[in-house]
Design a protein around this ligand. Structure first.
Ligand SMILES: Nc1ncnc2c1ncn2[C@@H]1O[C@H](COP(=O)(O)OS(=O)(=O)O)[C@@H](OP(=O)(O)O)[C@H]1O
Length: 488
């Protein structure tokens, strides 16, 4: 055990209060003390709330090889553990995601386990996984995807499983991020999905840096792992041994995950609840450890309520930030084979407006080595993707202006939108998708640009520009009428 080398300096000598950590932050208790020290020294301004929300998803209900599935006793243990957790985590219920195609695909004893889950269905909350546990990005046909989802729904209706959770999880995170539009469409239509969760946005560790976003009315929550995966069945085979799992629980990664995240959606699988029931051990242990060493208030709530809470806390995350799926090998694997990324622009002409950007675009497009995007029906040659709500239509919307047929192998694609130059969101968005793109900005005399702009809006019928001379507009002072000041 490292020595507790945290010292408080009241600052009597120089008036600066300090908390000094001599032993580093590797020791888990020091990390807690560090958070407390931040709160103490900032007089509460840098404090995290003590409320922590936990949702434990059990994916792959009914899925699994014979020999890895639940027996009746496992279901009884699941219920007992849930009851124990409910005493420590208010409102706690395991959240079961089912793939009905594999119902009754086990041994006789395991099939009784399936029946026992259904018998106690009202004790749990439920959500749809895919009927056949297939990855949605493998379906390019939305009708086919909907038909698969309908089979799962049919099963739910027949067996009295509630269908109104508005939540779903996709096998292997496929189709959630990078976005597979048919999945979002089918989810909304068949299951009225409003919430999902993924580990892939962005795909990085530590998990606490993952974010959420909203797309096409579906709120995507970041998903946490607890160190158990489909194949984690026996304690003696736990990678790194029991000691490693216990370390994660007792102040290590799992413990810190709950400390760092107000809202935690944990991913587990049905197989983690059979055999050695490692998930029950893990969650009961971490909850007891949290209750023993901290004052956090643990609670659970249905996914929709958690998502609403999450985005109240983090409204800045609602708008997504699209990356290039081809930049991440794992994302490429869960992205449709019919998608492409090689034609994404390598050059962006960003304006500003009225600097001759259309002329430059036209000249560039004439060059045999360059290929512009297809025109937009509404904004012509400009896609205006990064600066406005077109961005929220998703990456597919943008990509469709750069079909693979657009170029031959030697051509470089480019895009010009003069509105990019002064769009606040453009640098971050463009960098996320096209980090290596060359940027062209055209700078001309500001007065010439302003005059051209004035003429432009006059020709579009702007009443202010039509009522005032250019000189009046640019010389308007702060006491001028507001419309005039705005135009200035
Ligand atoms: N080759 C060349 N060199 C310099 N300037 C040129 C060129 N071609 C067009 N123009 C002038 O550029 C003005 C239009 O700019 P944009 O195409 O950027 O306008 S827009 O923002 O796309 O509406 C517009 O300016 P004004 O005529 O002063 O309004 C064009 O005349």
């Amino acid at each position: 055990m490292p020595l507790a080398t945290v010292v408080q300096d009241h600052g009597r000598l120089d008036g600066v209060q300090r908390v000094l950590f001599g032993g580093g932050l590797q020791f888990w208790l020091h990390r807690l003390l560090f958070l407390d020290a931040l709160s103490y020294l900032s007089h509460g301004q840098l404090s995290l709330s003590l409320d922590r929300w936990i949702l434990v998803d059990i994916d792959d209900i009914f899925v699994g090889e014979r020999g890895t599935r639940l027996h009746e006793e496992d279901v009884a243990a699941l219920l007992a553990s849930q009851a124990a957790l409910q005493r420590l985590v208010s409102g706690f219920r395991f959240n079961l995601g089912f793939s009905a195609k594999y119902y009754h695909h086990g041994t006789q004893l395991e099939n009784r386990g399936d029946d026992s889950l259904l018998k106690h269905k009202d004790h749990f909350t439920w959500f749809c996984h895919m009927w056949n546990h297939q990855q949605p990005h493998l379906y390019n046909n939305v009708t086919h995807l909907e038909a698969e989802m309908m089979l799962n729904k049919q099963f739910a209706i027949e067996h009295g499983i509630p269908t109104n959770s508005s939540y779903s999880v996709s096998p292997h995170h496929s189709g959630v991020y990078p976005v597979h539009e048919p999945l979002y469409e089918a989810w909304r239509k068949v299951w009225d999905v409003k919430v999902t969760s993924t580990e892939e946005y962005p795909h990085l560790r530590p998990a606490r840096l993952r974010r959420g976003f909203r797309h096409k009315g579906v709120m995507v929550l970041p998903r946490q792992t607890c160190g158990l995966f489909t194949h984690t069945l026996l304690l003696e085979r736990y990678p790194g041994g029991r000691h490693r799992l216990d370390r994660s629980i007792q102040g290590g990664e799992l413990f810190q995950t709950v400390i760092n995240n107000p809202i935690n959606v944990f991913m587990t699988h049905m197989s983690n609840y059979g055999n050695d029931r490692l998930a029950l051990y893990t969650f009961e242990s971490v909850v007891k450890f949290l209750r023993c060493w901290t004052n956090v208030r643990l609670a659970s709530a249905p996914p929709l309520a958690l998502a609403e809470k999450y985005f109240q806390l983090r409204p800045d995350e609602l708008n997504p930030l699209w990356g290039n799926p081809c930049d991440d090998i794992r994302h490429r694997r869960i992205w449709s084979k019919s998608k492409w990324c090689g034609t994404l622009p390598k050059v962006l002409v960003i304006g500003p407006q009225k600097t001759g950007s259309t002329a430059l675009y036209t000249f560039l497009a004439m060059h045999p080595s360059l290929a512009p995007n297809l025109p937009s029906p509404t904004t012509y040659e400009e896609l205006q993707f990064f600066n406005n709500n077109n961005y929220l239509k998703g990456l597919d919307w943008y990509l469709n202006f750069f079909p693979p047929s657009l170029t031959n192998t030697t051509q470089i694609t480019f895009e010009k939108s003069a509105t990019y130059f002064d769009g606040d969101l453009v640098p971050r968005r463009a960098h996320a998708l096209l980090p290596n793109a060359k940027i062209i900005a055209i700078l001309i005399s500001p007065s010439k640009r302003a005059y051209s702009w004035y003429q432009h809006i006059r020709s579009h019928g702007d009443p202010v520009a039509n009522n005032y001379t250019f000189h009046t507009v640019i010389t308007a002072n702060d006491s001028a009428p507001k419309p005039l000041r705005d135009l200035r």
